[in-house]
Design a binder for this molecule. Structure first.
Ligand code: R5P
Length: 299
């Protein structure tokens, strides 16, 4: 039996790092070759160029944009299953569709639940990093397969310790406290958690931080996801109006929809930092070793 890694989301930097680090282990991951393209009508063509019969298959696929990745993922799972793969483990550093975790209005789809049900029908195991667990305590509440939830906190804290001498961490909302408090403790830095009200997909208001706490410190905004960027933009605007030092923005997962990265740079962000869960110029923190430890423990 071999362990085969397919890279489905095009994140070659992370896939190559996983393959490289895995060479140091007794049972290294082998690269699974995949042909993936669109037919002229937009439908997905997928072909697996490797015998996976009896093998353990790992599929690297961060789920953003989830809608365009789910079909290739379903096709890959079905194909390797038919080819005789022994087990299918989805390695989704970013797990999409976690934020709609409640019906806010009658008739709304609770998409986190429906997406989890769909995925659970195709995979045997899930590995992910800091999923957006807000109203759910655990992925087990919605996923029907075993999962491993990994935390990037030590990696974020190490980056801060190596790059910022006098940081103060700022979480833009109560949901971010779980990450901000942990990273602050590891980095030996103070932290503040603000309050956020969301009025719409792109409309948020965030409370103003206490100016006294910012004196002589570099503000580091920290959140799990940077999507439209408006949560960060609101907070950055407050900090700039308080004439703080230019802030650093750290997101575990940088989606940067609608050019959020450019908007943040224009707003006066000094550095934009993310993990490589999703490929972006801001990727400064590599998840490969963290993921590999989890991959090696599957069995
Ligand atoms: C939700 O509360 C998350 O923790 C993030 O704060 C949110 O996803 C950020 O979204 P956006 O960048 O669109 O404001």
């Amino acid at each position: 039996m071999s362990r085969i890694l397919f890279c489905l989301d095009g994140n070659r930097a992370l896939s190559d790092a996983l393959l490289k680090h895995s060479q140091m282990h007794a049972d290294p991951l082998l690269e699974g070759l995949l042909e993936l393209r669109r037919f002229p009508d937009g439908e997905t063509y997928l072909r697996v160029h490797r015998d996976v019969s009896g093998d353990e298959v790992f599929i690297l696929c961060s789920l953003s944009p989830a809608d365009s990745l789910i079909m290739p993922l379903v096709l890959l799972c079905e194909t390797v299953r038919e080819m005789g793969a022994k087990r299918i483990c989805l390695v989704a550093p970013y797990l999409g569709y976690m934020r709609q975790d409640k019906q806010f209005n009658p008739g709304e789809a609770v998409s986190s639940r429906h997406f989890a049900k769909l995925l659970s029908g195709y995979i045997d195991h899930l590995i992910t990093v800091d999923p957006h667990l807000h109203r759910y305590n655990s992925l087990d509440e919605i996923y029907r397969v075993p999962s491993q939830v990994l935390h990037a906190e030590p990696l974020l804290a190490a980056w801060i310790s190596q790059n910022v001498a006098t940081p103060i961490l700022i979480g833009p909302d109560s949901e971010s406290e779980q990450w901000v408090s942990g990273v602050a403790a590891l980095a030996g830095a103070p932290f503040i958690v603000l309050e956020k009200q969301r009025q719409g997909d792109r409309e948020v208001s965030v409370s103003v931080p206490n100016i006294a706490m910012l004196a002589g410190r570099v503000p580091i905004l920290l959140d799990d996801i940077i999507s439209s960027g408006h949560t960060m933009l609101e907070t950055v605007a407050h900090l700039r109006s308080l004439q703080s030092e230019a802030p650093v923005c750290i997101g575990v997962h940088g989606i940067f929809a609608e050019e959020a990265d450019r908007k943040l740079e224009r707003a006066g962000v000094y550095r934009l930092v993310t993990t490589n869960s999703l490929p972006h110029a801001s990727n400064q923190i590599c998840l490969a070793e963290l993921l590999l430890r989890a991959i090696n423990s599957v069995g």
